[in-house]
Design a protein around this ligand. Sequence first.
Ligand SMILES: Cc1cc2nc3c(=O)[nH]c(=O)nc-3n(C[C@H](O)[C@H](O)[C@H](O)COP(=O)(O)O)c2cc1C
Length: 206
Amino acid sequence: MNCDKMDVFEAIKGRRSIRNYEDRPVEHEKIGMLLEACRWSPSAGNRQPWEVVIVDDPVTIEKLAHASLDQMWMKTAPLILAMCLNEKIARSTFGDRGEMYALETMGMAVQNIMLAAHSLGLGSCCVSAFEEEEVKYILKCLEIIKPVALITIGYTRNKPPAPFREEISVFTYYNSYAEQHRPSWIGVTKVGKRMRNKLVDSLKKC
Ligand SMILES: Cc1cc2nc3c(=O)[nH]c(=O)nc-3n(C[C@H](O)[C@H](O)[C@H](O)COP(=O)(O)O)c2cc1C
């Protein structure tokens, strides 16, 4: 088993959503490492509200694909990690903002797993477009368990090219939303300037 790890920035930029996998299982050692990556994710108040259902049964994977609005490509994945939120833990913490904290926490755990998968030579895709009640039924979840993401994992058959990303200047502001100044290291582009000026104009009208 090749468990060489890569630089974190290389993993962040090189990871892609993979929707076509080779017909070979993921080694148990690697599944263990993915769960370890989940375990060390940050969580609000360190409450660790995640629960993970490891699914490698092809029949269950097919049912999950149907429950995911018939995303039948999911059937090519030999493994799905169903990321579930224990709402009892989530609700008992942080009052009104607890729900947001819980979803932020789950997103971080999902990302940790996907980056770890990439660094282990595996492809993955986060699937959240699914019928929640159907997934709960398939996975036999208790009432307090909320599935939030199905991470398909396996050896990549085809890696797609990197999809479009906005320039940094499109989504960054400096000290406040009203600040037009751009330090040169952010690299303002024409698109970025246009978007920013539009926003500043709309703020002036408020
Ligand atoms: C919360 C969330 C839900 C997603 N749900 C799906 C999904 O249901 N099906 C799917 O094929 N991809 C899904 N994706 C993957 C995105 O389409 C993908 O991340 C995006 O197109 C950018 O491509 P990249 O991941 O290769 O950079 C989801 C991603 C996120 C973060």
